[in-house]
Design a protein around this ligand. Structure first.
Ligand code: MRU
Length: 340
C-alpha cells in the first residue's frame, strides 16, 4: 500500500497551506508551505498547485492562513480581508472551484465583526471544504467505478487525479476504486501539451499506485482509438455550465470529438463544486490565456522561433452533446441535466 497523495492540506502546525510542488514532478517530489498572500497567489498562478478542486481547497485554506497576517486594526481589517479574498479568487479564472471556495468562506464571516472569531470561522470552513472534497472524490470513485468493467482500457487527458484535488481525484477516482476492487484496468494518459500534466502527473500517480499506465502524445489519440485500444474516456472538469457544457484542459474537446467519431463513451467526472448553475452555457465560461512561453519555450527549451505568434488558451469547452454522462459525488447524470 502506498501512502495517499495529499496535494493540498494544512501544514502540521496549521500555520500554512502545505502543497506538493507540481512543477517539479515527476523528477522531484517536494512539498511547499505557503504562508503569505503572494505565495498563495503565485503557487496557484504558476500551477505549483493545480487542478480545479485543489486550487479551491488551496484558496480557502490560503485565505484562512493569510487573514491571520492582516492588520489588527478593527477598522481596517474587513477591507484588508476582502482585498486578500479578491486576490486569491482572481488568481485563475476558469475553474469555478476557486471562486466558489473563496466566496463560501467569505459568506460565513460576512455578518461577523470580531477579528478572532472571523479567523476561527475561516479556518473551520476551509477545513470543511477540504474534508468535503475528500468525501466527494471517494463518492465519484464509487459511482464511476460501476462504468468500468474488468479489462477496461481507459483514455484520460491532463491530470484529474489525487494531485488535482484534496482527495483521490475525480477522473482517476473511478479507476482507483475499480483497481482496488480487483478489476484489471489499463490507462492511456495523453501527455497533455503544453505543460504535460498527463505524462508528468497522471502517469506518475497511477504508476505509484500500481495502475498500468501508457503515455501517448496528444496527437496519437485518434489512431489509438481507431486501432480499438480504448473502451472509454474519462476526463475531469474545471467548470460545468448549467446545460452540461464542460470546460476542461485544452485538448479535451478534441478527445471528445474523436471519441464520438469512434463510438467510444466519454465521461466527465467532477464534484458538485465544479458545477456552476450561474453559467448558462459553455460560451459564458472565461478561458484562461497563459504565457506564450509555455508553448514556445517549454521547460526552458525554445522550440518555436521568437518571430512566431503563439496562441495558448489553457482550456477548451466540450459541448454537452459530446459527453456521454457526468459522474458526480451525487450520482451519474445524463442529458438533459438536472444536477441534484
Ligand atoms: O491547468 P490545470 O492543470 O489546473 O488544469 C487542470 C484540468 O484541466 C483538470 O482536468 C481539471 O481541473 C479537473 S481536476 C480534478
Amino acid at each position: 500500500m502506498t501512502t495517499p497523495i495529499e496535494a493540498v492540506r494544512w501544514s502540521p502546525a496549521a500555520d500554512a497551506v502545505r502543497i506538493i510542488d507540481q512543477r517539479r514532478l515527476p523528477e522531484h517530489y517536494e512539498e511547499r508551505d505557503l504562508r503569505t498572500l503572494d505565495e498563495v497567489v503565485e503557487a496557484i498562478q504558476t500551477l505549483s498547485v493545480r487542478g480545479a478542486p485543489a486550487i479551491g481547497v488551496c484558496g480557502a485554506i490560503g485565505l484562512a492562513v493569510v487573514a491571520a497576517t492582516a492588520t489588527s486594526d478593527p477598522g481596517a481589517f474587513p477591507q484588508e480581508l476582502r482585498r486578500m479574498a479578491t486576490a486569491i479568487r482572481d488568481a485563475r479564472p476558469t475553474a469555478v472551484n476557486l471562486a466558489w471556495a473563496v466566496d463560501r468562506v467569505m459568506a460565513r464571516v460576512e455578518s461577523l465583526a470580531d477579528r478572532a472569531t472571523i479567523l476561527a470561522v475561516l479556518r473551520e470552513e476551509a477545513t470543511r471544504i477540504l474534508d468535503e472534497d475528500r468525501a466527494m472524490c471517494r463518492a465519484i470513485g464509487e459511482h464511476g467505478s460501476a462504468l468500468i468493467s474488468d479489462g477496461a482500457r481507459i483514455l484520460t487527458h491532463c491530470n484529474a487525479g489525487a494531485l488535482a484535488t484534496g482527495g483521490m481525484g475525480t477522473a482517476l477516482a473511478p479507476i482507483y476504486v475499480a483497481h482496488a476492487k480487483g478489476h484489471r484496468v489499463a490507462v492511456f494518459a495523453d501527455e497533455t501539451r503544453p505543460l504535460l500534466q498527463g505524462s508528468r502527473l497522471t502517469a506518475w500517480e497511477l504508476a505509484r499506485a500500481g495502475v498500468p499506465v501508457t503515455v501517448i502524445s496528444d496527437n496519437m489519440a485518434a489512431s489509438v482509438m481507431r486501432s480499438g485500444m480504448i473502451d472509454l474516456c474519462i476526463v475531469g472538469a474545471d467548470r460545468i455550465a448549467a446545460n452540461g457544457d464542460v470546460a476542461n484542459k485544452i485538448g479535451t474537446y478534441g478527445v471528445a470529438v474523436l471519441a464520438r467519431h469512434h463510438g467510444i463513451p466519454l465521461y466527465v467526472a467532477a464534484p458538485t463544486s465544479t458545477i456552476d448553475p450561474a453559467t448558462a452555457t459553455g460560451a459564458d465560461i472565461v478561458i484562461e490565456q497563459r504565457s506564450p512561453d509555455e508553448v514556445a519555450v517549454p521547460f526552458g527549451h525554445r522550440i518555436a522561433p521568437v518571430e512566431a505568434a503563439i496562441h495558448n488558451p489553457a482550456f477548451d469547452v466540450t459541448p454537452a452533446e459530446l459527453v456521454s454522462a457526468i459522474i458526480t459525488d451525487t450520482g451519474v447524470f445524463r442529458a438533459p441535466y438536472r444536477f441534484g
